[in-house]
Design a binder for this molecule. Structure first.
Ligand SMILES: Cc1ncc(COP(=O)(O)O)c(C=O)c1O
Length: 271
């Protein structure tokens, strides 16, 4: 395979030392499943990227990004994972960015990860701070996830809570829980990433199945009483939770109809 990195449209694995993504985390990323040479969820990734660019003041040229993605895809295998990073570029005076600065675009490739066994969830003690202005977007500052990952035992996935003990999401995905009242997922108004898979489940998959799904806060004690749960992201699709470490097992069978419906809609995600 050719180089796994393209920077500003050229095969290269370096960015300028003055880049604001490196200095301040002023940038965004999308990690996307590549299937049959296409990015099936690209319109949703593009919409989140452009929301994030407006929030962080990044000059995003969507046509240029799409051209560079097409160039990258022509170099790489047709199945895999593509990571796109767009930063605010170089320049500015300290935290103050230059108006009209040109963005830096980095595109990388990696193979699809091996599927994992149903998840064992470990509740992390690190709490996600409340930052409503940044909630939902996929910005480059992932230090909370880095700290939480340091707590995890091998083979476990982390469950992240906020300072009010509300469940937010898992380490690198969104979180759904089934109780007697139906399915529920946290609303992500103060923190967390509004995943493209989460959005697809909310607006298409659950309505097609006729399943109730509420965006509502939930606590650990509600999770303890739950029947089933799953995590999801745009690389691995849906991953059922088998066990909450130290507490109890969950019913992974209850997740199967949701996975099957997602597979019918986007076949690269296994059912
Ligand atoms: C912290 C975090 N939350 C949620 C998600 C899920 O987002 P998506 O469905 O767009 O992959 C991710 C994906 O990497 C993530 O890193």
């Amino acid at each position: 395979m050719n180089s796994p990195w393209l920077v500003n449209g050229a095969v290269c694995d370096r960015v300028p030392a003055g880049d604001r993504g490196l200095h301040y985390g002023q940038g965004l990323f999308e990690t996307m499943r590549l299937s049959g040479g296409e990015l099936p969820l690209w319109p949703r990734h593009r919409a989140r990227l452009s929301r994030g660019a407006r929030t962080l003041g990044i000059a995003l040229d969507e046509v240029q990004v799409e051209d560079e993605l097409a160039r990258a895809r022509a170099l790489w295998p047709s199945e895999g994972v593509v990571k796109l990073i767009v930063t605010a570029g170089s320049g500015g005076e300290g935290y103050r960015a230059d108006a009209g600065a040109v963005s830096t675009r980095v595109i990388g490739y990696r193979p699809v990860p091996e599927p994992r066994a149903p998840l064992r969830l470990q509740v992390c003690s690190h709490r996600l701070p409340c930052a409503p202005a940044l909630a939902g977007i996929k910005h480059l500052n992932r230090l909370d996830q880095v700290l939480a990952a340091r707590e995890l035992d091998p083979g476990c996935e982390g469950l992240l809570l906020d300072g009010s003990q509300r469940i937010v999401e898992v380490l690198s995905g969104n979180f759904f829980v089934k109780s007697a009242a139906g399915w529920r997922t946290p609303p992500l108004t103060g923190n967390g990433v509004r995943g493209v898979l989460r959005e697809l489940l909310l607006d298409t998959v659950f309505p097609a199945l006729g399943e109730t799904l509420d965006e509502a806060d939930m606590t650990l004690s509600e999770l303890c009483a739950a029947e089933a749960a799953f995590a999801c992201n745009a690389v691995r699709g849906i991953e059922p939770v088998a066990r909450i470490e130290g507490w109890r097992n969950l019913d992974i069978g209850a997740v199967a109809p949701i996975s099957a419906a997602l597979h019918r809609l986007v076949p690269c995600f296994a059912d």
